[in-house]
Design a protein around this ligand. Sequence first.
Ligand code: ATP
Length: 306
Amino acid sequence: MIDIQSLSKNYGNIQALKNANIKIKKGEIVGLLGPNGAGKTTLIKVITGYLQPDNGSVTIDGFDILLQTQLAQSKIGYLPENAPLYPEQTVQEYLLMMADLRQIPPEKQLKYISDAVYATKVDEFLTRPIGQLSKGMRQRVGLAQAILHKPEILILDEPTVGLDPTQIMEIRQLIKRLAKTSTILFSTHILSEVEALCDRVIIIMNGEIRRDARLSELADTNNAILILEEKVPDAINHLQKLNGVKHVSLQEDTGDFSVYLVEGSHGSDLTPQIYRLATEQKWSVRELKRDSRTLESVFNELAISA
Ligand code: ATP
């Protein structure tokens, strides 16, 4: 659906985007996560055809965004960081104007508008001027215009920024509903937003794609945690000899129990071998588990190594 290859963009001597390569398949919901100034908006503007890259290509459902801009854009519903809403227009006037701009045939406009209104629940304030709406209501109007032409792909730039917790929940629920019928890419700097909505995360820092993985893959490590009831003097030596073990360290020794981190060198699960070793050696095991990481710890590791 979205194919991004070798994409770069500079603003003078600021490298806002460095050789980004991303493929997004139909039906995916992908979070583009990065701190302020990471390059999220730049990437989104290039994907949606509102900014020219210095290098690389973007195709949307097979259409090149630079060479077949209108066709490619017709596949996308785009919510910019600051949706260009006109304060003096009422919501329905604005949606009618957008329906014209999107070249929705006049006989279909009312149906398309009412579908978008229903999906985003903006019906309560259709006749109110946009300038009188709260930020959350305006964000819903922005989403209504994004889905008006029934695009298969939705690209949302920080859809919940500046909203209160109730409004954030409403917008997240709306995104979840829209995800049932669309492919979604949205940017955010909030980790919990990615965890709440996505199955895949792309982490961008300093214009570079640092990680692109399914959330479940991110959590997996090759490491195991072994907690023994007492400190066994030669435990590290024994563990170190197991197949696929890279490094073993004593993480904690309280006197009551000791915690070992067993780091694996390849993708296998070390816990069955450790369990067998512990049984042979008659160690009293309090706990043995595969180590897992949170999105927060992955993000922090990447931020530190940046
Ligand atoms: P935020 O979360 O704060 O919106 P972002 O991840 O969307 O940030 P971008 O807005 O893409 O980041 O900015 C990436 C880098 O490019 C930043 O260093 C920013 O200062 C710079 N930048 C963005 N737009 C321009 C511009 N028009 N002119 C010059 N530099 C720019």
